[in-house]
Design a protein around this ligand. Structure first.
Ligand code: AMP
Length: 224
């Protein structure tokens, strides 16, 4: 089963994908994380992506497909995976659908209102060392500005600055939000409100996944 987490930046897709990955034993694939690693390394791909990312705009579809296809070749993907941050527009969704065309996609939107998103993103910090995400309003780090996981320095992501946040939200509304309609029509779409606590949201998402597992297994012919 391929699980697609849809939702605006700051909806909690990364956090939920991480929890689901542990629970289901399948990897979380975040195109944003992969791109940030490439930018950090200074690779050719990272150089190409950097400018768009800093402005809060979408990186070219071709580049995204190149990194995604490479990632999906790894062995850990054979039993499924959770996508966080992909697809970001109809073109990506269509192209991805055509790669498999086996009705094994489950799409879960995490919806959060705009004021809450801005509050979350402006208080989000990321560990420079291990990439762990925290929120200084919700889960205050034990030591100021230090990561609870590894003690690394906590920094603000370049694209979590307020002007870039506004741009990212506009891009989401214009390019990504139409995917809700797209997947609703396909009939593999579910929505959870992402404004309660992390565990409660996780339980709701997990219930949706469990409720669909049999349907997906039957489609694969596992119960025949
Ligand atoms: P994220 O961590 O998912 O918020 O992604 C951070 C940035 O990476 C986005 O603002 C885009 O510039 C870029 N990005 C991540 N995933 C995609 C994608 N599927 N398509 C285009 N750009 C992406």
């Amino acid at each position: 089963m391929r699980i697609i987490l849809l939702g605006p930046p700051g909806a909690g897709k990364g956090t939920q994908a991480e929890l689901l990955s542990k629970k289901l034993g399948i990897p979380k694939i975040s195109t944003g994380d992969i791109l940030r690693e490439e930018v950090e390394k200074g690779s050719e791909l990272g150089v190409k992506a950097k400018e768009k990312m800093e402005k809060g705009e979408l990186v070219d579809d071709e580049l995204i497909f190149a990194i995604l296809k490479e990632r999906l070749k790894r062995d850990d993907c054979k039993n499924g995976y959770i996508l966080d941050g992909f697809p970001r527009n109809i073109e990506q969704a269509e192209k991805f659908y055509k790669l498999f065309n086996d009705q094994q996609e489950l799409v879960i939107e995490i919806s959060v209102n705009r004021d809450e998103i801005i509050k979350r993103l402006t208080s989000r910090r990321i560990c420079k060392n291990c990439g762990a995400i925290c929120n200084i309003l919700l889960t205050k780090p034990k030591i100021n500005n230090k990561c609870d996981e590894c003690g690394g320095e906590l920094i603000i992501r370049d694209d979590d600055k307020e002007d870039v946040i506004n741009r990212r939200l506009k891009v989401y509304e214009e390019e990504t939000k139409p995917l809700v309609n797209y997947y609703q029509r396909k009939g593999n779409y579910f929505r959870v409100v992402g404004e309660s606590d992390i565990e409660e949201i996780f339980n709701r998402i997990y219930a949706i996944i469990k409720g669909n597992m049999r349907r997906f297994a039957e489609r694969r012919g596992d119960y025949l």
